[in-house]
Design a protein around this ligand. Structure first.
Ligand code: NAD
Length: 262
């Protein structure tokens, strides 16, 4: 295949918080492959972190979009329309649960309020963004989100976030079926554990990373660039017939049952 894989594509990238964010690795690789970028961040306090990163790789804009607010999503669409006549790629790299929800007993930690906010920001927002941007997304365009194994099997302390990721993965399949008639593909990447801001909120994450490396078939953890390369496959012509998938980028962790009999 000749030429950069994302030449001339317009990619809207949510979820860059800092230079360890999965979305940042995706944005950098897409830019290297010829994409034009627009970033979003949720609220003023995040802007000072995100804008310098966006500017450092020549992003066309950096827009305030808290996905918990319909008005923000609508305003973001309006702002993007001023820059581009189409969006080819939408990266949803957003997850949030109140910190107290990610520690201790699932039954106690998962209050009605915790459930509502976690499901809204971490799962519903994929649907909200897809609906808002669908009119701008031509046939051949692609939506990718980020999920985690805690959606499939119980991971202690991941708690309500696991439930939200299950909703995100299932929504990926329903969106893929619905948006397939518009030629839009929808996939999600199930990434192995990575030391990022979002992960820092999960109790026991640090020790888990150490143990995890030995338990995967490849005997190592993954890094953000591994995820970015998978996103490149899904968002470029390489993945043209792939939709509705949950693609594991986890050094094989998800295939393991009992790790050792010894
Ligand atoms: P991160 O903290 O860098 O990114 C999370 C992003 O979510 C941040 O940029 C934050 O601003 C954004 N966000 C939170 N609430 C928002 C809101 N209301 N509106 C808009 N944006 C909001 O951490 P990350 O690890 O790069 O997380 C990105 C995605 O990857 C998340 O969906 C996360 O669950 C998923 N993921 C992470 C891991 C991991 O181990 N780090 C593994 C698998 C999947």
């Amino acid at each position: 295949m000749a030429g950069p894989l994302m030449q001339g594509k317009h990619a809207l990238v949510t979820g860059v918080a800092n230079d360890r964010s999965i979305a940042w690795a995706i944005a950098q690789l897409f830019q290297e492959e010829g994409a034009e970028l627009v970033f979003t961040y949720p609220g003023e306090s995040m802007e000072k972190r995100v804008r310098p990163l966006a500017e450092s790789i020549g992003a066309r804009a950096c827009l305030d979009c808290d996905v918990a607010k319909d008005a923000d999503i609508d305003r973001t669409v309006a702002e993007v329309k001023k820059i581009w006549d189409r969006v080819d790629v939408l990266i949803h790299s957003i997850g949030f649960a109140p910190r107290a929800a990610l520690d201790g007993r699932f039954t106690d930690a998962t209050t009605r309020e915790v459930w509502a906010i976690t499901m809204d920001i971490s799962a519903y927002s994929l649907i909200g963004l897809a609906r808002a941007f669908r009119p701008m997304m031509p046939p051949g365009s692609s939506i990718v989100s980020l999920t985690y194994y805690g959606a499939e099997k119980v991971v202690r302390n991941y708690n309500v976030m696991g439930v939200a990721k299950a909703a995100l993965e299932c929504s990926t399949r329903y969106l893929a079926e619905d948006l397939g008639q518009d030629g839009i593909r929808v996939n999600t990447i199930s990434a192995g554990p990575l030391k990022t801001l979002a992960a820092a909120g999960i109790k026991g994450m640090r020790s888990m990373l150490g143990e995890n490396a030995e338990k995967t078939p490849l005997r190592r953890n993954i890094d953000q660039v591994d995820v970015a390369k998978a996103a490149l496959y899904l968002c470029s012509d390489l993945g043209l017939s792939v939709t509705g998938e949950t693609l594991h980028v986890d050094a094989g962790q998800n295939i393991m049952g009992v790790v050792s009999m010894g």
